[in-house]
Design a protein around this ligand. Sequence first.
Ligand SMILES: Cc1cc2nc3c(=O)[nH]c(=O)nc-3n(C[C@H](O)[C@H](O)[C@H](O)COP(=O)(O)OP(=O)(O)OC[C@H]3O[C@@H](n4cnc5c(N)ncnc54)[C@H](O)[C@@H]3O)c2cc1C
Length: 550
Amino acid sequence: MAATYDAIVVGGGHNGLVAAAYLARSGARTIVLEGRHKTGGAATTEAPWPDAPDFKVTRLSYVMSLMPPTIINDLELARHGYQIYPMGPYYQAFPEGGSIKLYADDAKRNFEEVAKWSRKDAEVMPKWDAWLEGLAEVLGPLLTTVPPNLGSRKPRELTDTLRLAWRHRGLDVRTIADVTRLMTMSIADLLDDWFESPQVKGALAVNGVIGTWAGPYEPGTAYVMAHHSIGDVGDGHLGNWGFQEGGMGGVSAAIEAAARGFGAEIRTHAKVGRLLITDGRASGVVLDSGEELHAKVIVSTLHPKIAFLEHVGAENLPPDFVTDIERWKTRSGVVKINLALGELPDFTADPGTGLGEHHTGSVEMAPTMEYIGRAFQDAREGRPAARPFSDGVIPTAFDKSLVPEGYHIMSLFTQWVPKDWNEAPHTEELEAYADRMIDCYNEVAPNFKSSILHRDIVGPHEMEQEYGLIGGNIFHGELSLEQLFHMRPAPGYADYRTPVRGLYYGSSATHAGGGVCGIPGWQAARAAITDRKAARRSGRSTVRKITRRS
Ligand SMILES: Cc1cc2nc3c(=O)[nH]c(=O)nc-3n(C[C@H](O)[C@H](O)[C@H](O)COP(=O)(O)OP(=O)(O)OC[C@H]3O[C@@H](n4cnc5c(N)ncnc54)[C@H](O)[C@@H]3O)c2cc1C
């Protein structure tokens, strides 16, 4: 007899765990099926060096900012070990000498730091911060808004659209213009409008290209910057990021503990092969082992190409939806390099291997916008970047649980390699790429290379094969304009429901996704819980029809 649950969650990444926690909290008998040996997905802490098991790295994602307080409080994550250390300043040491630090919460010191490079930019900086804050007031609440089905003529969906418009009735012409600029401009053009110093522009451009198959000169990258600048870590400072104690696996562990606390069952080594669909309705899953599990509610949190094209199958989906998912853009060219260090980097511009403030935030290798642009151009032309850009962090500046006493971990989020490197391991080329990345840091911190004890390189192929991140894209799909809001993951299905009755979708490929924010899992669970209640009330098993897009 196949086991029967009220709800099955496919994928035990952080979104799957959030969905399971909410479903179990609502009283649904819930199970999470995770294919790997552990939960967490891209929010994972692992020990990649068998000969140094005491060194742990936050192997893929590395910093928190975007999870809303609602989820943190509802799931009582602090009680389950969720603890964030706010990061120190953004830091860049320049190959030609000197450095810059930018603080999330200290306008006076920002003025001094920026004035080292341009007094005009130092004077502009508070206005830029205020401008971003104004936009965050508009964009922030949209993150937790269920996108309306724009273009639909159904009365209920028209009402959703009108309600959203009404909520924004206070916006004036200038704010709409600013949002339009943000959504359409390149980060390079936007920063050129505000600043003059290459050093300052380099510093501010980084958030515009994180995880993106686009250089700073590509339209749409201004929005990517905004996406990374509208969260906070609960300390009230917009755009601030923080380190979870125990690495990002600690976030997943806290959510998992909450889910278990509400009664959810969590199974690892349980790879789902396909969904059972009967008369257009999801009724269960089949594991690769052949085992079947049944439920009236299925929430998938996998990459859309796996969730729909493999697990549901084109024959069970409307053709235009299949085309949309087939065309889903999921490139990235990201390589994560995790290092175990014998000592902290000793920067020529800020000497010393003792813990300094400049070690506590992001330790960047993105000296100018041109540098970042060149790295993308290399990859676009089919070569790994000669001088890659890196968003580096040293979580052990705060978190001593990851390493033996006296040692450090440094995590380098780097870009770009060619977009098709997901298709083969490219092991030797990745080693050479990592050597070049390390050389770039060594130019500004001459002890860097010799301080490295172990290194772990995760390229797009491993991200795809081991973690299910198709194309190596870190967000289950690019944050490009045509894949945002009502278009994420496909027009007509941005409300966390799918063309298949009983199947809900809560991966990072939905609205707000991209990042360890839990919103997709939360919204998918809410949609399922709402429909379950409605079905119970009406005595029917469903409230949705397959042809709802028109
Ligand atoms: C290198 C890198 C750096 C990043 N840095 C950050 C960062 O610093 N901060 C941030 O906020 N975000 C960051 N991100 C993005 C963020 O980590 C992801 O958007 C997010 O973790 C995705 O969560 P998810 O639950 O939607 O999916 P996933 O984490 O991908 O979870 C999906 C789960 O499903 C499992 N699975 C796959 N196939 C099957 C199957 N057939 N059956 C059962 N289970 C299956 C997978 O093993 C995985 O556990 C980063 C991502 C990467 C890759």
